[in-house]
Design a protein around this ligand. Structure first.
Ligand code: KMH
Ligand code: ZN
Length: 285
């Protein structure tokens, strides 16, 4: 297996993305989940100090329900930029109930980056819809708006679709392809080393990648990704449990754990300015 990291600046370090909120976790059941702009800003500061360089953002409304309200998205991007140097990546996946139109409009909030999922996937009892015409339209808009996409891959078929997308539509804004393997979703690829290796082997030449394991796949995927030369995404979007029977106390502790393991691998966390060069993200700060 090739690690596909060699020629990219910052490849000696580890990119750590924090996904602090997501669209699924319930604030009532998980009080440390950041749902207000103030909570997101405090989370961003703490996670930057702990070693994160990217924040993957979902927002909530006043009742802590997922929303793609454009005013709130813009306010969130601004607040995060004013209070941290993290790369602000907005979710275009939203919640399974969000319309394609609202998901495309996320780019109007002018983030540094956005997620772009490369295919439909069963998502627990739901379906996360990403048909080919929607993927193409979203990709086109990232280029128009100069937003750097991160390709979210929940399954091996999504890797094939990413290759097709790049073949047909060319390279992304920023010129570099970075992916996130989202592993262990009920309906997607398993969160284990064999699945990770198969997905990484199928990535386009020159692509770099992070991996995230959902729920109990969190730790196996961190160790597999680090050993295979990959980067990490952690956060309460992906797990609300720190260890068996021990709920997550804060997103920062998940980042701290990932950063310690990256240090142990002698690939310390990238600082945000290094991550900007690595991902091809413009400097807004
Ligand atoms: N909430 C999931 C349905 C993304 O952020 O782009 C989709 C998701 C992926 O979280
Ligand atoms: Zn997300």
């Amino acid at each position: 297996m090739t690690t596909k990291q060699a020629s990219n600046p910052g490849s000696a370090g580890t990119l750590i993305t924090v996904a602090p909120t997501g669209a699924e976790a319930d604030k009532k059941k998980h009080p440390p989940l950041p749902v207000t702009i103030e909570e997101l800003v405090a989370t961003a500061r703490d996670c930057e100090a702990a070693g994160a360089s990217v924040i993957h953002v979902h927002i909530r409304d006043d009742e802590a329900r997922p929303t793609l309200d454009l005013v709130r998205l813009k306010d969130t991007v601004q607040a995060l930029r004013e209070n941290s140097t993290l790369i602000v990546q907005l979710s275009t996946g939203g919640a399974v109930t969000d319309s394609y139109e609202d998901r495309l409009a996320v780019l109007d909030a002018a983030p540094d980056g956005c997620s772009l999922t490369c295919g439909t996937v069963n998502f627990g009892d739901d379906v996360f819809m990403n048909p080919w015409p929607f993927i193409r339209e979203l990709y086109e808009r990232t280029k128009e708006r100069k937003v750097v996409p991160e390709f979210e891959l929940f399954d091996l078929g999504h890797v094939a679709t990413l290759n097709r997308l790049l073949d047909e539509m060319g390279e992304p804004h920023g010129g570099h392809v970075h992916c996130d393997l989202v592993m262990g979703v009920p309906g997607g690829m398993n969160g284990d080393t064999a699945s990770l290796v198969r997905a990484v082997e199928a990535l386009p030449a020159g692509a770099t990648w992070s991996a995230t394991g959902i729920g109990r796949a969190t730790l196996p995927v961190i160790f597999s990704a680090l050993s295979a030369g990959g980067h990490l995404r952690v956060g309460m979007e992906d797990t609300t449990s720190y260890a068996r029977g021990r709920p997550v106390a804060s997103n920062a502790e998940l980042v701290q754990r990932a950063a310690s393991l990256a240090e142990l691998m002698q690939r310390p966390p990238m600082r945000p300015y290094q991550a900007r060069a690595f991902l091809g993200v413009n400097d807004h700060n």
